[in-house]
Design a protein around this ligand. Structure first.
Ligand SMILES: Nc1ncnc2c1ncn2[C@@H]1O[C@H](COP(=O)(O)OP(=O)(O)OP(=O)(O)O)[C@@H](O)[C@H]1O
Ligand SMILES: [Mg+2]
Length: 598
């Protein structure tokens, strides 16, 4: 059952969780050396940049309006010192800018390295997630997580994180400098802090929720977009364009609304900080010029208003960075949630390698349900001898595909045991099991790339000879060779340049090339014309010789010659035997077969 249809939000308002940030720091820890150098450069740049108000203060108080006439510099030298001060201020600015540039280049690289690591981990995990995970989620939402959310994180890692730290460093140094120059006026600046904190707390809360809504709505929109692209042909066939445009419109409007709301919260941040900053600076003048008359020099007041303006700057930047931060934490939540998604079908802790498969298969009292409580198979038992070819037939939805899926352990059983030779398949590694199985799924998937790549998908080192042999077994070699680029012909994802039958034959050849110990063909020939199928049958007989094979087919002529035919219905196998035996029995198989022969 789909857990998240395109118009259902994923998670509503999860609380802000600092653990997500901590966890992203685990990724950052790998690059601690480079981060440390960046931080040192930032600190140095910040200190050097903050020297300029001191130099200005010194120039005003000693060379422009000397406070202490007795020890003042000779008037002739004043101009020289003022010019020197100007040069010093310029030098400070240049050095701090150079440091900032170096730091920025270093951190951009670190940020991208971190994002690369997250992307890699996520993809590796994603590949291990079971069929169950993909069955129950719109693929567009999974795509959104991987693309959009990681891009947003990329923004945080390259700019957000370092700027955040940098602004904190700035803040600390500005505070130190302020207290160093005049602690009373420094306290005036600090008096604005509680007001600022109150405003931020109120805005921040609303802002966080608003950004979560944005990512939900964007995820919904993407899920629908993905579904629409994949299903575009059906939409056009049923002339659903108008209705679909309406659905898209609704989703896009919801997205726009959530975005506008989030932005309006963010837009509150800057003006609020600005107002606090201006009021505080005005107070410095009032307190410095009136309240502390004669106790502070004019140079000190100028230096302090400069520091005060600078003090609010990092705070303003920090509150702006909060946007990126809040947004990114919401995204981190989703990404880590996916990374934490349990791999329900995984190697047991004490899993061993599956020895080379001989081919005996045993289903022992197998019960299975996709959704808890709705059993698809109940107490199913059967044994297949090595080398035997078994056909699974029966009505649509009876559980034929399910049986073969269980054989490769794509799902966990609800009860019972599946054994291949002497091994319980839940106790061997998935890789050692699946790499010996050749499964051709009901919907043959073609990857983008060349036909050759597609056929060698499960055996990358397959020789041209092996590929050609496989194609000639399934009878598609002539077609492929007639193409201008032959085996190097590029096909699109899902094989949109190929006919359904051609796709099946290529998928068939792919299964053959992997030289499996157990062959599973699920409706492998349903889209192939009768002539090609008859031709294919010879190749298939050759292929199945000495190999345990499971063949699922609705077209019963294909499976007549199988060693055994099992009729699947009623959550189990109701009839089994050779074609002749089952025909003689005149049961369900007989009815199905005669219905087709008419
Ligand atoms: N991923 C899934 N999640 C939940 N239920 C499923 C899932 N896949 C299949 N089912 C259900 O399990 C039952 C058996 O499905 P299965 O695909 O094994 O049938 P089948 O015999 O292969 O049918 P067909 O001949 O149409 O291919 C069906 O009723 C189907 O609705
Ligand atoms: Mg099926």
């Amino acid at each position: 059952m789909a857990r998240n249809k395109f118009d259902v939000d994923e998670v509503l308002e999860t609380p802000f969780d600092i653990r997500h940030l901590k966890r992203s720091l685990v990724y950052a820890a790998k690059y601690k050396k480079r981060i440390a150098i960046s931080l040192i450069l930032s600190a140095l740049g910040s200190v050097i940049g903050l020297l300029s108000p001191l130099i200005v203060q010194n120039a005003i108080d000693n060379y422009m309006i000397p406070v202490d006439q007795a020890s003042a510099v000779a008037p002739n030298d004043r101009v020289k010192y003022i010019i020197l001060s100007g040069v010093a201020v310029l030098a400070c600015i240049i050095v701090s800018v150079i440091f900032a540039k170096i730091r920025s280049v270093m951190m951009t690289k670190v940020g991208q390295d971190i994002v690369y690591d997250i992307r890699k981990d996520l993809f590796e995990h994603m590949q291990r997630l079971s069929f169950e995970y993909y069955d129950s989620r719109p693929h567009g939402k999974i795509l959104t997580r991987i693309i959009n959310y990681i891009n947003a994180i990329s923004d945080l890692m390259t700019n957000g994180l370092i700027n955040f730290i940098l602004e904190i460093i700035n803040l600390v140094f500005i505070t130190i400098f302020m207290f160093f120059v005049n602690w009373q006026l420094a306290l005036v600046t600090m008096a604005g802090l509680p007001v600022y904190a109150f405003i931020m707390l109120v805005i921040k809360n609303g802002q966080r929720k608003a950004w979560q809504q944005v990512s939900n709505k964007s995820s919904n929109l993407n899920a629908y977009l993905h579904e629409s692209i994949v299903g575009v042909k059906i939409s056009q066939m049923f002339t659903r364009e108008e209705e679909n445009a309406e659905i898209n419109d609704k989703l896009a409007k919801k997205y726009k609304k959530s975005w506008m709301k989030a932005v309006s919260y963010s837009n509150l941040v800057w003006p609020s900080t600005d107002v606090v900053s201006i009021i505080v600076r005005a107070f410095i003048f009032v307190v410095g010029l009136i309240g502390m008359r004669g106790m502070v020099s004019f140079g000190t007041i100028i230096a302090m208003t400069d520091y005060s303006a600078r003090f609010w700057q990092p705070l303003m930047n920090l509150s702006n960075l909060m946007n990126t931060f809040i947004n990114a934490v919401a995204n981190l939540e989703r990404i880590f949630e996916m990374m934490d998604e349990p791999v329900t079908v995984d190697d047991a802790p004490d899993a061993v390698e599956m020895p080379e498969i001989h081919g005996d298969v045993h289903f022992k009292d197998v019960t299975f349900a996709y959704e808890p409580g709705i059993n698809i198979l109940e107490h199913l038992s059967f044994d297949v001898k090595a080398g035997e070819s078994v056909a699974l037939v029966g009505p649509t939805g009876a559980g034929k595909t399910t049986i073969v899926n269980l054989l490769s352990r794509f799902y966990n059983l609800s009860g019972g045991e599946v054994r291949i030779d002497d091994s319980d398949i839940s106790k061997v590694t998935l890789h050692s099991l699946r790499s010996q199985m050749g499964i051709m799924l009901q919907d043959s998937f073609i990857f983008s790339g060349t036909i050759r790549d597609n056929i060698a998908y499960g055996k990358l080192d397959a020789t041209d000879e092996e590929i050609r042999t496989a194609c000639s077994i399934v009878g598609i070699d002539n077609y492929i060779e007639s193409l201008p680029d032959g085996y190097n012909t590029v096909v699109n994802e899902r094989g949109s340049g190929l006919s359904q039958g051609q796709k099946q034959l290529i998928a068939f050849a792919r299964t053959i090339v992997s030289d499996p110990k157990i062959l599973v063909l699920d409706e492998a020939t349903s889209s192939i014309d009768a002539m090609t199928e008859r031709y294919l049958q010879h190749g298939l007989d050759h292929l199945m010789r000495g190999r345990t094979s499971f063949i699922i087919a609705h077209r019963l002529s294909t499976i007549r010659s199988c060693d055994r035919i099992m009729y699947v219905s009623n959550k189990g196998i109701t009839e089994a035997g050779t074609h002749d035996e089952l025909m003689a029995k005149k049961g369900d198989y007989y009815k199905l077969y005669t219905a087709q022969s008419v």
